[in-house]
Design a protein around this ligand. Structure first.
Ligand code: ZN
Length: 99
């Protein structure tokens, strides 16, 4: 099946240029599967000119849809394993690295 190119509606996740670290902008996306997209990025630094691809993938379901679940396997996420991005709790130092 040929991938479908989709316009970006709204704001795609930012991705700094891995070469010069200036901001990168997603120009288009390609649907690889229902749970995987390829994003095409362009560096905002015109002197750099780097373009690259990145993947945006489905990780897991937090709460099942009220529309029912598709036939695609969509794993559930264990919420105990997810920390908020602003979690300032110091890391647990009782692990094997502290020994
Ligand atoms: Zn760049």
């Amino acid at each position: 099946m040929k991938p479908i190119h989709l316009e970006i509606k709204g704001r795609a996740p930012g991705f700094p240029c891995p070469v010069c670290k200036e901001s990168g902008t997603a120009r288009t996306t390609e649907e690889i599967s229902r749970t995987l997209r390829r994003l095409y990025y362009r560096c905002s630094n015109i002197l750099c000119g780097h373009t690259w691809t990145a993947h945006l993938s489905f990780e897991g379901t937090l709460s099942p849809s009220r529309f029912g679940m598709p036939r695609v396997p969509l794993p559930m996420i264990d919420l105990e394993l997810i920390k908020p991005a602003n979690d300032d709790t110091p890391p647990d130092e009782s692990g094997p690295e502290a020994a």
